[in-house]
Design a protein around this ligand. Structure first.
Ligand code: F0G
Length: 434
């Protein structure tokens, strides 16, 4: 099995072991091109399905229990087992909650919860592949710029691979849980006085000059891993595609990966019908949505502002790939105000599912698309939740202490007496559940 790196702009080809994360000829983005697997259609589906059954054996059996490496023929077939750095990422649940469906106005809305990954976000799916490749090529160190989740994931996988990691995060703009994880897993953490876009510029420059392997989502191995979000959800649905897949969008790595996954799934006959794709941005960080509105006539950039710090990005690196994904999948791009993101999040949280703010943009987007009739009432939708509720505890506490928020559930301070408890129960008009 062989794999090549190919420039998406000028088609220049590189060996898969090349450390470049951009085309050396034209600066374009690189993508991974694997040999087509021997099996297609039902036979390929059967290969993937059979790996879902528990395997007692160690070794190979363990690797394909990962929700990424289960699809290894489509991800990176050329890598040797001993180079794979995995902690059984993926295999995330797909959940349905009546309360969430009511709020969105679509009865068949499913939540694909990527917050159930080992470090609490979808980033682990790309990181297992990028760090495995780092091990394979003998990288002396790995690095990334991040709004927090990529850095947490890289820190964990680099620790697992025993490769030093260095991360660039925007000072004062990353959620507490993510910063805490990044420090705890042991990455060298540089707090850059600037925004994410400045961090990415710096990370790209520094890694080129200092020979450090960059694993931001411009890295094609990251994209290959993230395609498995779609493969996994299609498999969970018995390879029956939903009408829509909806995802929040910042740097556009995921949007791009979803485009690649759907192209592969169609070409290999894994699915008979294809879903439409919707990418949702925060109103104050919506360069991609702006470009979409002009039919992608111009690549827009903005100075980003939003409570959803994960997607606070003004100049998305995977722009061209994102455009291709939207065009190929009859897609739409929209933006939603912060207030709707927080309301969607409160509904998801109160349903017992929970997610971080950026994740909830997807559900806020579903409601908008349902209201304007783009998504039909009877259509099926999978909204991807990209990160775990505990990623951003600060925003949760602020929300629930805010008396103006309709769904706020503020903590109540009491004396340590049963009378005080009784008063609370009476004043809320309902006793504890039997
Ligand atoms: N949701 C969450 C929770 C994220 O962390 C990110 C990106 C996105 C959505 C957007 O995904 O960039 O592929 O369009 N977080 C990156 C990071 C930028 O550094 O953790 P995208």
């Amino acid at each position: 099995m062989t794999t090549r790196l190919r420039c998406e702009s000028c088609t220049h080809e590189l060996n898969e072991l090349d450390t470049a994360t951009g085309c050396p000829k034209c600066g374009g983005l690189l993508s991974l091109e694997n040999d087509t697997p021997a099996d297609r259609n039902g036979a390929l589906r059967a290969t993937f399905d059979q790996r879902l059954t528990p395997v007692a054996a160690k070794g190979v059996g363990d690797i394909v229990r990962s929700g990424v490496w289960r699809f290894r023929e489509l991800v990176l077939p050329s890598i040797a087992d001993q180079d794979i750095v995995t902690q059984w990422e993926g295999n995330t649940p797909m959940l349905h909650r009546a309360r969430v469906a009511d709020w969105a106005g679509i009865s068949e809305v499913w939540l694909k919860h990527e917050g159930h990954n080992p470090t609490g976000s979808f980033k682990d799916r790309g990181m297992t592949v990028a760090v495995s490749n780092a091990r394979r090529i003998g990288a002396r160190a790995v690095s990334c710029a991040s709004t927090g989740n990529t850095s947490a994931s890289l820190a964990a996988y680099a620790a697992l691979a025993e490769i030093p990691a260095i991360v660039f995060v925007p000072e004062g703009q990353i959620a507490l849980g993510k910063l805490a994880q990044t420090l705890a897993y042991g990455a060298r953490t540089l707090m850059v006085r600037g925004d994410f876009d400045a961090c990415l510029r710096l990370a790209r420059e520094a890694s080129e000059k200092l020979g450090v392997y960059l694993v931001n989502s411009i890295n094609p191995f990251r994209i290959a891993g993230q395609t498995t979000i779609v493969l996994d959800l299609l498999q969970q649905r018995g390879w029956k595609a939903p009408d829509w897949i909806v995802v929040s969008a910042g740097n556009l790595g995921n949007t791009a990966a979803f485009g690649v996954a759907l192209r592969q799934a169609r070409q290999l006959g894994l699915i008979d019908s294809s879903p439409r794709l919707a990418a949702v941005q925060a109103e104050g960080a919506a360069p991609f949505a702006q470009s979409f509105r002009s039919g992608f006539a111009k690549r827009e950039t903005v100075h980003a502002e939003t409570v959803a710090t994960a997607i606070k990005i003004g100049d998305p690196a995977s722009y061209e790939r994102g455009v291709r994904a939207i065009r190929e999948n009859d897609g739409v791009v929209l933006d939603v105000p912060d207030a709707e993101i927080l309301e969607a999040k409160a509904v998801i949280d109160a349903s017992g599912v929970g997610c971080e703010p950026a994740s909830a943009a997807s559900l806020a987007g579903v409601r908008r698309l349902a209201r304007d009739g783009t998504i039909g009432k009877g259509e099926s939708v999978v909204a991807v939740l990209t990160g775990h509720i505990l990623k951003d505890p600060g925003i949760l506490i602020d929300f629930h202490k805010d008396a103006k928020e309709r769904m706020a559930n503020p903590p109540i301070e009491i004396d340590a007496t049963t009378e005080a408890v009784a008063r609370v129960i009476e004043s809320t008009g309902r006793g504890p559940r039997q």
